[in-house]
Design a protein around this ligand. Structure first.
Ligand SMILES: Nc1ncnc2c1ncn2[C@@H]1O[C@H](COP(=O)(O)OP(=O)(O)OP(=O)(O)O)[C@@H](O)[C@H]1O
Length: 971
């Protein structure tokens, strides 16, 4: 039987402790001492296993890799060393509550169950002995490593993992076996495994479910062990993983020490063969060859995944100073530790879970000299510019958040790089100092806390949709991953500061050990004692900040993974080596107690719905969602308000435009009315003038072709309305005067306007001497006045027309832009304009007629004057005529009696008489024409809109019948 023992490592760089190290608070009653009585392995003193093959000698990866250290003294395991004493049959060593999905036992192919160490009391030693012997008698392995047969009894101490066959399966070793199988040990370095970055490929330790058997196989675990663990697949589930990592030695090695230790990572065994020795089984044992990736895969990967699924998880590294806690947690650039690998996995998980959305926030604190410091707070500058102290951070507890430090910076992170950067910032702020054992010793406990919030995405599950939807169905799940690098226990340093730090560190670690040590009795107590206060009194969580902070994890709310780091070899004095060994044993015992005592009831965090409204809620994701929803609502409201304002403005604008249009229409209408009124007035005035003219002409007898003398004779008849031969000249009533609406104009402009209709006008019209000469002059004067009136009127009309055109142009251009149904109105306007034009041209024509008439009258008068002059040159006719007229004035003439001035009787020259008659006839025609036209115009204006406006001729012709009718009516 040959065991290959490793050469003792020399440690030139790290001097062994010179004095006794302060022992960790290990409850002696639970020590894992292996009772000599129960420890059945009887190793010959010479049977020291040593590494027969150097790691460099064999290029291939060994099937097994166990570093065996031998000791001349064989430790004994006393079953009665257990604080609880020998376990009664069926008594469970640990009460554990597990979740189905978290740690499950490994799958294995065989089912070889070694006897439990506890069975030593109930099982004949011979059984185990025979097994060990048979095991030992197996042919040597490929490397020829033959290990001494040993009995490893762990049952006596709770910290050790052996069990009675009566006891239920252990979380750690499945069936609770205490493996005492001798195996060949290969001291070959195992090549670093390629790390599976996917969270899916993780495997668990003996206490956890193996999801990737291939990984386990790669590790070369023995079939036997896998089988043992498989046997507990169904019933052995735990939420606590305890791993031990052995730090490689550097420099000189203590061969004696090395020989006393056996590290078997395949069996997850660490055996100490010295005094108080024993076999220590854990979920994982990482030897000196294992890199950080392997440590992470074995100790933390599964837990990290569970945290992403909604469980709380705590990973902490515990061990003596300089044993590699920080190295394991942080790692190096080429060998990243648990923290960076966990971060990578967190983001891998998020990528692989598209149906959920996540929010990550991170905080980083340290407990230094029993004070909490925020490592992410950055340097604080005081009022005087000097660095100031941080606000005191306290630990508080509430139902929602449990125990938590406050106030503490939390940073929301969105990428692995960002998260790593935040943590690196905290690392830089952490207190480290050179100590006797570690050039960069952590002087504080450092806690990285990553809070994972997650919630189900919307129904469609697409990122886009979920971004759009304000609130996805379901609540927010909040879980926490705590990654803790504890300060290492250390002996009192010479430096005062280090000593103070060390005392605080040791005190908190002592409290931690005490709490974990009392957890088992707490479990028993829990059933009967529900009182929290008495429980807390029993468990001194409040004795240190560290235990207070770890309270949720230790009291079972969290999945726990404890990585204990040890260093086996220690150079230096015997005392130092002994102290070092004692310290290592303490660490191992702590690990065993933790595994045995910590009971995790970890449950998936509830999805909190509606917690967002609660300001104390941790679910930032929900709060953000609500905030986003509210902001969106505000935005929509603002948008709506803006829209309605716009609509109102538009409506107001429309109303204003409408009003302006109406006003404009009104103005236009008024203008039109005014124009019409003016036109009407002017027309009336003209009619009146013309009427007066007609009256004058008729009273002169122009119409009936009589001579001026006969006209003068008929005047009296007109007045008296006597004589059927006489025409009723006075056809105008005073009503026509009443229609004149511009009296000032009329009275001032027209000399004929105050002409009464009672016949007095005839006095004027007859002239001074009543011989017709004066009448002609009066007529001419009247016509000239009328002409002046017409001119003025035309000027007025033209002015009005111009104004009307201007306003209509502007209106037309306006109405073209926004008028929908203004066509008829425009047509009317245009028609009005055309009508006015026609009227003007008509008036011009009339004016021309008048001018012609005046010219004719003037020439007639001249001729008449010439004729009179001739007559007065000796002709009695003229005097007679005058005489006859005077006679006539005194008496009445019979109808048809010859006129004294008749051409036949008295006219010396028939030519002038003819001329006068012509002129009279012409005037008569013109005047009657004018009267017709004016009357037709004045009456036709009423029907104007329905009349065609194409030309003056058309209008005149169309009006004629009306004027004729009127004339008829008048006559
Ligand atoms: N497994 C390992 N492989 C290689 N080097 C290691 C290993 N573990 C630790 N070391 C080295 O040992 C030294 C001390 O390690 P580390 O600082 O991690 O110890 P520690 O336990 O954190 O000490 P302390 O409690 O004083 O902080 C470091 O230089 C580190 O690189």
């Amino acid at each position: 039987m040959t065991n290959h023992s490793l050469p003792r490592p020399s440690r030139p760089s790290i001097a062994p402790p010179t004095g006794p190290l302060p022992s960790l608070p290990v409850a002696k009653s639970r020590s894992s001492n292996v009772s000599p009585a129960s420890r059945t392995t009887l190793l010959p003193a010479s049977g020291i296993a040593s590494r027969a093959v150097s790691s460099s000698a064999l290029p291939q990866r060994p099937i097994q890799k166990t570093h065996t250290y031998s000791s001349s003294t064989v430790p004994t395991l006393r079953a009665d060393d257990s604080p609880a004493g020998p376990l009664p049959a069926g008594k469970t060593l640990r009460k554990t509550v597990s979740i189905g999905s978290f740690p499950q036992p490994p799958k294995s192919r065989t089912s070889s169950h070694p006897p439990s160490p506890l069975s030593a009391s109930s099982t004949p030693y011979s059984d185990s002995m025979s097994q060990r012997i048979s095991s030992a008698s197996k042919p040597p392995s490929r490397t020829g490593s033959i290990k001494k047969p040993r009995v490893s009894n762990v049952g006596g101490g709770r910290g050790l993992l052996g069990k009675s066959p009566l006891s239920p399966p252990s979380f750690l070793n499945g069936s609770g076996e205490s493996v005492a199988v001798e195996t060949g040990h290969l001291s070959l370095p195992s090549p670093p495994q390629s790390r599976n970055s996917s969270a899916q490929g993780s495997y668990a330790t003996s206490a956890t479910t193996f999801e990737d058997i291939g990984d386990d196989e790669a590790r070369g675990r023995s079939d036997t062990q896998n089988a043992d663990r498989n046997s507990t697949l169904k019933d052995g589930k735990g939420n606590v993983i305890v791993s031990v990592r052995v730090r490689p030695d550097v420099g000189a090695k203590d061969s004696k020490q090395e020989l006393e230790w056996e590290v078997n990572n395949k069996q997850s065994l660490i055996a100490y063969k010295g005094r108080e020795g024993g076999d220590y089984y854990y979920d994982n044992v990482f030897d000196t060859q294992d890199n950080n990736a392997r440590v992470y895969d074995g100790a933390a990967k599964r837990l990290v995944r569970r945290v992403m699924e909604g469980y709380h998880g705590t990973v902490f590294a515990y061990g003596m100073t300089g044993t590699g806690k920080t190295f394991s947690m942080q790692g190096t650039a080429t060998n990243p530790g648990v923290i960076p690998l966990a971060i990578t996995d967190i983001f891998s998980y998020i990528r692989e879970t598209p149906h959920r959305e996540f929010l990550l926030r991170v905080s980083y604190l340290e407990i230094y000299n029993e004070k909490i410091h925020d490592l992410l707070a950055g340097p604080i500058v005081g009022m005087n510019g000097q660095p100031a102290a941080q606000e005191e951070i306290k630990l508080r507890e509430d139902s929602k958040r449990g125990v938590h430090a406050t106030p503490l910076n939390e940073e929301i992170v969105q990428s692995p790089t960002q998260l790593l950067r935040v943590i690196a910032r905290g690392d830089n702020a952490r207190r480290v100092a050179g100590t006797q054992f570690n050039a960069r010793s952590s002087r504080s406990h450092a806690v990285v806390q990553i809070v994972v919030e997650s919630r189900e995405r919307g129904a469609s599950g697409s990122l886009k949709d979920s971004k759009r939807s304000a609130i996805a169905p379901g609540g927010v799940r909040v879980s926490t991953l705590s990654l803790i690098d504890l300060a290492g226990s250390e002996k009192a340093a010479e430096n005062k500061e280090r000593r103070t730090e060390g005392s605080h560190i040791n005190k908190s670690l002592l409290t931690l050990g005490t709490v974990i040590g009392r957890l088992s009795s707490d479990k028993d107590k829990a059933a009967s004692d529900k009182d929290k206060a008495s429980k807390e009194k029993h468990l001194p969580y409040r004795d240190s900040k560290l235990t207070r902070l770890l309270q949720p994890a230790l009291s079972g709310n969290s999945l726990v993974s404890i990585l204990c780091t040890i260093q086996i070899g220690a150079s230096g004095s015997i005392a130092a080596a002994n102290s070092h060994t004692g310290e290592t044993l303490n660490t191992l015992k702590f690990a065993s107690r933790a595994k045995n005592n910590i009971v995790s009831h970890a449950k998936k965090a509830e999805e909190s719905v509606g917690a967002a409204g609660d300001p104390g809620s941790r679910a930032l994701l929900d709060r953000y969602r609500i905030e986003i929803q509210e902001l969106r609502k505000q935005l929509e409201e603002q948008h709506k308000a803006k829209e309605s304002k716009k609509v109102d403005e538009e409506r107001e604008r429309d109303e204003e435009e409408e009003k302006a249009r109406e006003l404009e229409d009104k103005q236009r209408h008024e203008e039109q009315m005014l124009e019409m009124q003016l036109a009407r007035t002017a027309l009336k005035e003209r009619i009146e003038h013309l009427n007066r003219l007609i009256l004058s002409s008729k009273s002169l007898g122009v119409n009936n072709g009589r001579s001026f003398s006969s006209m003068s004779l008929t005047r009296g008849s007109v007045m008296s309305n006597v004589g059927g031969d006489l025409r009723p000249n006075s056809i105008r009533s005073s009503g026509s005067h009443a229609t004149l609406e511009v009296p000032g104009q009329r009275s001032s402009q027209s000399p004929l306007s105050p002409v009464p209709l009672d016949g007095s006008e005839e006095e004027d019209s007859l002239g001074e001497n009543g011989d017709g000469t004066a009448t002609q002059a009066v007529q001419i004067q009247a016509l000239q006045t009328d002409l002046a009136d017409k001119n003025r009127y035309i000027a007025t009309l033209e002015k009005r027309l111009l104004q009307a055109r201007r306003s209509s142009h502007s209106r037309v251009s306006m109405s073209l832009t926004h008028k929908v149904a203004g066509g008829s109105e425009d047509g009317g306007l245009i028609a009005t304009i055309a009508e006015k034009d026609a009227e003007i041209s008509n008036l011009r024509a009339q004016l021309e007629d008048k001018e012609r008439m005046i010219a004719a009258l003037t020439s007639a008068r001249k001729k008449s004057e010439a004729a009179q002059e001739l007559a007065s040159d000796g002709s009695p006719g003229s005097r007679r005529t005058s005489h006859q007229r005077s006679e006539g004035s005194n008496g009445s003439f019979a109808k048809g009696s010859p006129s004294p001035i008749s051409p036949k009787s008295v006219a010396p020259d028939p030519k002038p008489e003819r001329n006068i008659e012509d002129v009279t006839r012409m005037l008569d025609e013109m005047i009657s024409k004018q009267v017709d036209s004016v009357r037709a115009n004045s009456l036709g204006s009423v029907r104007r809109t329905s009349l065609p406006h194409d030309s003056n001729n058309t209008r005149r012709s169309s009006l004629r019948p009306v004027s004729e009718g009127l004339a008829r009516e008048a006559s």
